[in-house]
Design a protein around this ligand. Structure first.
Ligand SMILES: CC(C)(COP(=O)(O)OP(=O)(O)OC[C@H]1O[C@@H](n2cnc3c(N)ncnc32)[C@H](O)[C@@H]1OP(=O)(O)O)[C@@H](O)C(=O)NCCC(=O)NCCS
Length: 146
């Protein structure tokens, strides 16, 4: 049975393994500081004691006030398509709403149409592009939910 719960420091290795499997683009220690600063919006999916997915959310201050950002979400290959990502997103969105913040943004690589569809099903809409956003020069699609 898969459960969604808050990230704990002992999940660090599992999260980093999934990060390597799915992106290999963030400094592992970034996740520790995300946890330190945004403990209540960092969730993992666990199956029989091992981490099979995670979502790291963060709160930031922009031109128009406080907003939330889904920094990163990933699910192990073998667990994709089973609804785990949807459960993780619902968890982090509920945590953002508890903070009384409804403005949520995220970035998706331009080629990742599966993720764009996934976010659209969760009520996100495309609001713009950020050209050359990623380190390798790929553009980002900006999506938002209010
Ligand atoms: C994007 C991602 C997080 C989605 O997680 P997921 O667990 O696969 O998501 P879900 O299962 O909730 O939904 C995804 C798909 O499964 C389908 N699905 C959902 N519940 C399902 C179920 N119970 N049974 C079968 N299929 C199901 C959905 O229709 C959806 O289909 P599609 O994306 O093939 O069109 C995951 O695919 C992933 O880790 N991708 C690689 C990393 C990545 O791209 N992250 C996002 C970067 S911005």
């Amino acid at each position: 049975m898969i459960i969604i719960r808050r990230f704990k420091p002992r999940d660090f290795a599992g999260v980093i393994e999934i990060e390597h499997e799915q992106f290999s683009e963030h400094d592992p220690y970034l996740y520790m500081s995300l946890y330190e600063l945004n403990e209540d919006t960092f969730f993992v999916a666990e199956d029989r004691g091992s981490v099979v997915g995670f979502v790291a959310g963060m709160t930031a201050v922009g031109e128009h006030g406080v907003y939330c950002r889904v920094f990163s979400i990933a699910v192990r290959d073998a667990y994709q398509g089973l609804g785990v990502g949807t459960q993780l997103m619902k968890g982090v969105i509920a945590a953002f709403h508890q903070k009384k913040i409804r403005d949520i943004i995220l970035e998706v690589r331009n080629h990742n149409l599966r993720a764009v569809r996934f976010y659209q099903r969760l009520g996100f809409v495309v609001t713009g592009m950020e050209y050359g956003y990623y380190r390798d020069g790929e553009d980002a699609i900006i999506m938002r939910q209010r």
